[in-house]
Design a protein around this ligand. Structure first.
Ligand code: ADP
Length: 581
């Protein structure tokens, strides 16, 4: 079994990863110096011990005392350098993990929505959690120990040859046995490592989905099934981790056993040479100690390839995300608009999520400023897709969308994101206080501005009635609030952001009549200074809209106010009648 050599791409990836080391050059060099001091003392120690033994035989007590003093000094210096070295390795290692995670997170937030449609979240969590640690470990521990091992093999190799070329030959001849054992297990280790990465992806994905969908799991009564599935996935991770660890240890022990064979031969031949006065006792003791260090360092060098092979998959996964190799990034233009009016215009827009599955076909309409525009149609008609296109989560395949007569493709991220907000049916609220949830939209907002936004969103009285008012904790995803309260809080958040355009995606679909009335009051109130777009399939809640656009199978089949459409538009009439019946 032969370990694959690196191809050009692998080498590029490895070199690419070195950029994370460059921030810690000085610490890396200090760690390296500590390691070199460790090597030097590792080389001196056997000589001192051999001399100590010799002094014992010659009963030279003053020599013994000075050697013990040397041993003590070596111990103190070694302990200090080991402490510094271990601290710095941990420092560099954890900082690299932190740097990689930060870059991955920032890249993920800049990915296009299409990329999120394609990527599974567990895969992402596993990449950020496991792959970053694997890479950091190789970049710090492996690189440093590899350099140290190379230096050790060269220096100790020369010393061995100098002490006894014959014994050196014995050590060299025994080495291929350990090498072959290691190569035999190398491929298997690589394979097991890949399998573990895959199992981790599945495990994290299931964990994430279960926690996010905990309400569905309870209501669908699938808890036992989910627990079984989670057990299977975590057992899989556990078994693969144990198996990987076992093969790793087994290959090391077998390789070490081959070293023992070399030790036995060296001891037998060396002792024979000492007895026949062909080798001094000091050299004999020094050689046996050096040869062990030499063989284990030589073996470590042969592992460098495999260690890097093992991180290649992690490197691919990490840089795939950081450098957006397979996932598309959000693209924005450069044009910045300071004060927008808020008119939106769809001009012959075509769109498809997947090739040859058109969702919108030649859609054209205007959304007037300071008015409420409703987009209605049956489920799956393409209404929410229109909102996603306004937010530029996706881009039309043909045609264009204009904001204040400028193609939104030309606008910069700031213009789009600061001027457009969306309120979903289930607005996402963070597990913190009401105030913190509001301030996310505008961290510098004053208390007066917060209260003003809450009044306009018809949530002010409710907040004031709470014992802790704006400091009330609202629980994971707003579980302590009703659907209507969550929505009004989301409206207040959008107002605090000073968005000129507020989109509502089926926002009132699940509300009771009273909550819906509050939300509608708020919408009407804010439409005097904002452009409002509401997507809904319940027409009764939208009759107050200034303009209604009807979408059917991805096409606009009518637009105008309710009174006009109910008399003139057959699709609208049908939708209305279905709801009334
Ligand atoms: P509506 O809001 O009118 O109910 P949508 O705009 O949500 O409809 O969806 C229109 C069509 O696009 C549906 O057939 C839906 O399955 C499909 N669709 C929506 N989102 C995606 C997506 N992210 N990837 C692929 N298809 C999608």
């Amino acid at each position: 079994m032969i370990i694959n050599p690196f191809n050009k791409n692998d080498i590029k990836l490895i070199i690419h990863s070195f950029r994370y080391l460059t921030f810690y050059k000085l610490k890396f060099v200090i760690t390296f110096i500590c390691m070199i001091i460790g090597i030097v003392f590792g080389l001196i120690q056997p000589i001192i011990w051999a001399k100590l033994l010799k002094s014992l035989f010659s009963k030279d007590f003053s020599q013994i005392v000075s050697l013990v003093i040397y041993i003590s000094i070596i111990f103190i210096v070694s302990a200090t350098t080991t402490l510094v070295q271990n601290y710095l390795i941990a420092f560099i290692n954890n900082n690299i993990i932190y740097d990689i995670k930060k870059d991955m997170y920032a890249s993920a937030l800049n990915l296009s929505m299409k990329a999120f449609d394609e990527m599974n979240v567990g895969d992402f969590i596993s990449r950020i959690h496991n792959d970053s640690a694997t890479i950091a470990n190789v970049l710090t521990n492996q690189i440093l120990t590899s350099i140290v091992d190379i230096l050790k093999v060269i220096t100790i190799g020369i010393a061995l040859l100098f002490i006894s070329p014959l014994l050196s030959l014995v050590v060299i001849l025994c080495f291929p046995i350990s090498y072959l054992i290691f190569v035999h297990y190398g491929e298997s280790l690589k394979e097991k490592n890949s399998q573990l990465v895959e199992s981790n992806d599945k495990y994290f994905n299931e964990l994430h989905q279960s926690l996010v969908g905990i309400r569905e799991i309870n209501s669908l009564n699938v808890k036992p099934k989910k627990i079984r599935l989670f057990s299977i996935l975590s057992e899989d991770v556990r078994n693969k981790t144990i198996s990987l660890g076992f093969i790793n240890t087994l290959s090391q022990i077998l390789a070490q056993s081959a070293n023992v064979l070399s030790q036995i031969l060296v001891t037998l031949i060396g002792a024979f040479m000492v007895i026949n006065s062909n080798l001094s006792m000091v050299y004999f003791i020094t050689f046996t100690s050096y040869s062990t260090q030499f063989s284990s360092s030589l073996l470590n060098i042969t592992k460098i390839n495999s260690n890097f092979q093992q991180i290649l998959k992690s490197l691919e996964r990490v840089f795939d995300l950081i450098d957006n190799l397979s996932y598309s990034k959000q693209k924005f233009g450069t044009k910045h608009l300071n004060n927008i009016n808020g008119t939106i215009c769809f001009k012959n827009v075509y769109f498809e999520y997947k090739k040859n599955s058109p969702i919108l076909n030649d859609v054209s309409f205007n959304i007037p400023v300071h008015k409420v525009t409703a987009i209605v149609g049956t489920s799956g008609a393409g209404k929410s897709t229109i909102l996603s296109l306004i937010l530029k989560f996706y881009s039309p395949s043909k045609g264009c969308i204009e904001l204040d007569d400028v193609n939104i493709n030309d606008l910069d991220e700031q213009t789009l994101r600061s001027n457009i907000s969306i309120v979903h049916q289930e607005p996402y609220l963070f597990n913190s206080s009401i105030k913190e949830n509001l301030l996310i939209a505008n961290p510098t907002a004053t208390n007066k501005e917060i209260e003003d936004a809450c009044s306009k969103a018809y949530i002010y009285d409710f907040i004031e009635s709470l014992p802790e008012k704006y400091d009330t904790l609202i629980g994971e995803n707003g579980v302590n609030l009703s659907g209507g309260q969550k929505q009004r809080l989301a409206i207040a958040r959008a107002l605090l952001k000073r968005s000129k355009i507020i989109l509502f995606d089926e926002a009132t679909a699940s509300l009771d009549n009273q909550s819906q009335e509050y939300v509608n009051k708020s919408i009407k109130f804010i439409s005097s200074h904002c452009t409002i777009v509401i997507v809904a399939h319940r027409l009764s809640s939208l009759m107050f809209a200034d303009k209604i656009i009807i979408i059917n199978k991805g096409k606009v089949v009518g637009q105008g106010p309710h009174d006009k459409l109910i008399n003139e538009n057959i699709t609208y009439k049908n939708l209305y009648n279905i709801e009334a019946s």
